[in-house]
Design a binder for this molecule. Structure first.
Ligand SMILES: *Cc1c(COP(=O)(O)O)cnc(C)c1O
Length: 329
């Protein structure tokens, strides 16, 4: 597939990934519905076999590889969840797999990737540095690169979430979705707007290095310094050579809002106390936006994508048992 993904690609993805990715539940949140004055639902990607939505895009990409391509093995760089998804799919299809990670990736995520039988290559201070190793090793050792977001097949895979949302809530008015590389938001917006053109898609990024937002403001992909954040899965740039997600997010996502680590911690606490839901930082960012939105300001039904639950257990306990972000650190 070349160029940008189409709606037909999302439909094809759904059939292709069905054996490996879960069709996730859309659960109403009584507490958020009460607060916002409009029905709020949580799309529970936390129930995927790898604890995050990324298995959708990875499965669509890797199940599209030819037999000779599979035999070469796959390589990727990841803030954690994509690497785990690629390792999971690689094991399912019997392909060799290498995952390059920066030193910012939490230990629990590294352990999970190793447990799936992938080779782990840890080093460097940023996701961008991990990518340099991906390209070098792909060149030298012949691996196929499975990009975490900037690939039409990966975007089409993430877009299957948009199909499921509209099926379950045909009147959907607002979707709030985390944005890092933008594959998730691009795919969801592509699918949901095809079926329901009036739907508003609000992206959310951490204020600690919001690469997509800064790039949109600049009118082209730019590099943004990466700082450690509670939303560790949102780390990394969009790539100066971005081919797919920059254009799709620019054209399909209505706005991008930023949230602070203090807001993310508050949203993690809220999800646990009111929903009995464990969320990692990135997955709590849509909730943080809702908690900051005045009643009546967002049109319902509203869907928040709960993208993943792969948070370090000790960090999670610190956050949910403290009142402020400062005391959680
Ligand atoms: C990767 C990831 C995101 C962001 O997805 P992009 O396609 O990179 O924008 C959000 N939440 C979680 C849990 C993730 O793993």
């Amino acid at each position: 597939m070349t160029g940008l993904p189409s709606f037909a690609d999302v439909l094809a993805a759904r059939a292709r990934i069905a054996p490996l990715a879960t069709r996730t539940p859309l659960r109403i949140s009584a507490a958020l519905t009460e607060r916002l004055g409009a029905p709020v639902f949580l799309k529970l990607e936390t129930t995927q076999p790898t604890g995050a939505f990324k298995v959708r895009g990875a499965a669509n990409k890797m199940l599209s590889l030819s037999a000779p391509e599979r035999a070469r093995g796959v390589i990727t760089a990841s803030t954690g969840n994509h690497g785990r998804a690629v390792a999971y799919v690689a094991r399912a299809i019997g392909a060799r797999c290498v995952v390059c990670l920066s030193n910012l990736v939490p230990a629990n995520k590294i352990a999970a990737i190793r447990a799936l039988g992938a080779e782990v290559d840890v080093g460097g201070a940023s996701q961008d540095e991990a990518f340099l190793r991906v390209h070098a090793r792909a060149r030298e050792e012949g691996f196929i690169i499975v990009d975490p977001f900037d690939d039409a097949l990966v975007v089409a895979g993430q877009g299957t979430i948009g199909l499921e949302i509209v099926e379950d809530q045909p009147e959907i008015a607002t979707i709030v979705v985390p944005v890092s590389g933008g594959g998730l938001a691009a795919g969801i917006a592509l699918a949901a707007k095809q079926l329901r053109p009036g739907v508003r898609v609000i992206g959310v990024s951490s204020d600690r290095g919001p690469a997509m937002k800064r790039s949109l403001d600049a009118g082209r992909p730019i590099e943004v310094p990466e700082e450690p954040s509670l939303a560790d899965s949102l780390g990394g740039g969009i790539g100066l050579e971005n081919r797919v997600t920059f254009r799709l997010v620019r054209d399909l996502v209505d706005e991008i809002r930023l949230v602070s680590d203090a807001q993310v911690a508050e949203a993690i606490r809220f999800a646990f106390r009111h929903e009995r839901l464990v969320l990692e930082g990135a997955a709590a960012t849509p909730l943080a936006v809702l908690l900051a939105s005045p009643r009546g300001s967002l049109k319902g039904p509203i869907v928040c994508i709960a993208t993943g639950d792969n948070i370090d257990p000790d960090l999670f306990l610190k956050i949910v048992t403290s009142q402020t972000e400062e005391s959680a650190r």
